[in-house]
Design a protein around this ligand. Structure first.
Ligand SMILES: [Zn+2]
Length: 232
């Protein structure tokens, strides 16, 4: 885990209580699991959209405006993901650490991406994930007032295992057991990594489905209707 994520974890409990905002870590609907992809769109996003369609599964894409790729260069992939019923959510414009920013700068990071996403899919997201999972009181209050803040309960650390899908897949096989009416995990991986798109994701989908999990968007795994995932 990156040091910044470790620090962020320590302040999370304090920030939640202080701001009166509840962060999302896990699904609430029985037998559902949410696979999430951060840091795109990038070269592998379109492949993942195709893969999920083939496997009859849904995902959530926490996209950036200008990170590994520029969102305008991947507009087709983002639009297709949206049309296929995946959830498009915000991961901020530039993937900076929100906890180091002023309220004005935080809002700029959110609003700039909202505008760009709206140009592509016609609506803006109401769900977001802070880069590095890094938050403080100011971030939680500023962002939490307008967005559902989504963390994760399982981290595949795929960015550390770019040449070895087995290490990331182990997160599924070690921690994700039979559904059996339980609410499932929100799993973190990245659509910016070739290994994730080509090797990890297909196996992860197969494993989760074999264990009886329905792979859905974060919104759906929280029991929230699609109309609430976006604003006009
Ligand atoms: Zn990220």
């Amino acid at each position: 885990m990156a040091p910044i994520a470790r620090i962020a974890m320590a302040v999370r409990a304090v920030s939640e209580a202080a701001a009166g905002i509840k962060l999302v870590y896990k699904c609430t609907v029985p037998n559902t699991m949410a696979i999430t992809f951060d840091d795109g769109p990038f070269d592998y996003t379109a492949d993942l959209v195709k893969l999920f369609k083939k496997k009859n599964a849904k995902a959530t894409f926490f996209v950036n405006g200008d990170n590994n790729g520029k969102i305008t260069d991947y507009a087709t992939a983002v639009k297709q993901a949206y049309l296929d019923g995946h959830q498009i959510a915000s991961h901020t414009w530039s993937h900076g650490d929100l906890a180091t920013m002023s309220v004005g700068k935080i809002n700029e990071e959110m609003n700039k991406l909202d505008v760009a996403i709206k140009k592509i899919i016609g609506v803006s997201p109401t769900y977001m994930r802070p880069p590095y999972g890094s938050i403080n009181d100011r971030v939680t209050k500023t962002v939490g007032a307008r967005y559902t803040i989504v963390m994760w309960s399982q981290d595949t650390n795929d960015w550390q295992h770019v040449n070895d899908y087995k290490k990331s897949l182990k997160v599924y096989t070690d921690n994700i057991k039979k559904a059996n009416g339980k609410p499932g995990d929100i799993v973190l991986q990245h659509d910016t990594i070739q290994m994730t798109a080509k090797e990890l994701a297909p196996r992860a989908i197969d494993y989760a489905q074999k264990m009886g999990w329905k792979l859905v968007t974060v919104g759906e795994c929280l029991g929230k209707p699609k109309s609430t995932w976006y604003r006009k």
